[in-house]
Design a protein around this ligand. Structure first.
Ligand SMILES: Cc1ncc(COP(=O)(O)O)c(C=O)c1O
Length: 369
């Protein structure tokens, strides 16, 4: 199977190792096991040290699936399967649903899996671009015109990486109506669900509002535990059965320790999410202060997640800009071109605030030279 280069991951491979200031990261500052155990101090964890390290529960432990089901309004443990990160979840869903010649519509910018995997299996993929002028929300007329009577799958990402936009509930309902016309599945990558900055941190999940809605999530961003490589799929029983059929070929089970620590984290979601919302708000304030002083850039202020998609007023390709910037200053930023939209830069603000402040000032000095 041939597949396009995964541009964001390739950029990371090339630039992350020697970045002095990393503004490309999308995680909220990761937790160590000690920090996790401090946050969840009321839990007795001694039993994990004596457990035999066999394959464990093949589709994920019941404890973990109960904790995940409680992140949704009406999902039971039978509607959930456990995967190697959200990246494993997205791949399993797309491979389970999409065949050669199928019609897929992908709302972008998004994580590249959502258009390159369907393309790699020979699907006919149409792209629906989010636009800055619409506050990075989907243009429903355009979406409706791209979704034909035979569309099999609509792929989207809410809250959105890179823009931090959040689709309002009534707009989500309209997207479901559009999908229903062709009886299409909706795969919504909800890896940032739980990181809305104001009000309830949880946005509505597609799995709770549409029978053919498939939600993918993970502990990487919302729980600051990317090192566990643990994600999930929430969907109706038929989809979960199909996915589990595919899953036998590439997963068996996830690591028992990953399953255990993820259960602990999700059971203590209030404390971890509070920590993380405080951090992203702090980072967002630094970002907004910088945006207010720097007139060569502009940005629709993100409502959720950890990244902002910043437009710039210079006649320079974003990949060239980011390459020059990092070579000359050590500041790493992700070019919009790696997410199919040149003229923008993705800036992560969930990490290391002193560094964020310094790096944005260095970036401004560089821009103004
Ligand atoms: C939108 C989106 N989906 C999926 C992933 C992969 O997440 P995970 O680390 O859980 O595999 C990422 C990682 O950056 C992401 O931004």
């Amino acid at each position: 199977m041939k597949i396009d280069e995964f541009k964001v991951e390739e950029w990371f491979n090339k630039y992350e190792k020697w970045a002095k200031y990393d503004l490309a990261d999308t995680c909220v500052e990761s937790l160590s096991i000690n920090e996790l155990l401090n946050i969840t101090a009321n839990n007795d964890v001694s039993e994990i040290f004596t457990r035999k390290l066999n394959y464990g529960d093949i589709h994920g432990s019941t404890r973990l699936k109960i904790a995940i089901s409680e992140l949704y309004e009406n999902q039971s443990i039978d509607n959930i399967t456990i995967t190697h990160g959200a990246i494993g979840a997205n791949q399993l869903v797309i491979h389970s649903i999409v065949d050669l010649g199928d019609k897929v519509v992908s709302i972008i910018p998004t994580y590249q899996q959502h258009y390159s995997i369907p393309k790699s299996v020979g699907a006919d993929v149409k792209l629906c671009f989010l636009k800055e002028a619409n506050n990075w929300l989907p243009d429903l007329e355009e979406l409706e015109s791209l979704v034909g009577t035979d569309t099999k799958l609509i792929c989207m990402n809410n809250p959105n990486n890179p823009t931090g936009s959040v689709i309002p509930d009534d707009m989500m309902e309209r997207i479901v109506e559009i999908a229903q016309k062709s009886d299409a599945y909706i795969l919504c990558d909800e890896v940032y669900r739980g990181l809305k900055h104001d009000g309830s941190p949880f946005t509505k999940s597609i799995a709770d509002i549409y029978d053919k809605g498939i939600s993918t999530g993970s502990v990487s961003k919302v729980f600051s535990l990317a090192g566990l490589r643990l994600g999930w799929i929430a969907a109706n029983n038929k989809v979960i059965k199909e996915v589990n059929h595919q899953r036998e070929y590439n997963t068996i089970s996830v690591g028992m320790l990953d399953d255990y620590f993820a259960s602990l984290a999700i059971e203590n979601k209030e404390a971890i999410i509070k920590r993380n919302i405080d951090k992203v708000r702090k980072g967002k304030k630094i970002l907004i202060d910088w945006l207010n002083r720097e007139n060569k850039v502009r940005c629709v202020i993100p409502q959720a997640g950890t990244t902002a998609f910043v437009g710039y007023n210079l006649p320079l390709n974003s990949a060239i800009l980011c390459d020059k910037l990092q070579n000359e200053t050590g500041v790493m930023i992700l070019p919009g071109e790696a997410m199919e939209l040149d003229g923008y830069l993705r800036i992560g603000y969930g990490n290391n605030f002193e560094q964020l402040k310094t790096a944005l000032d260095i970036f401004s000095d560089w821009l103004n030279k």
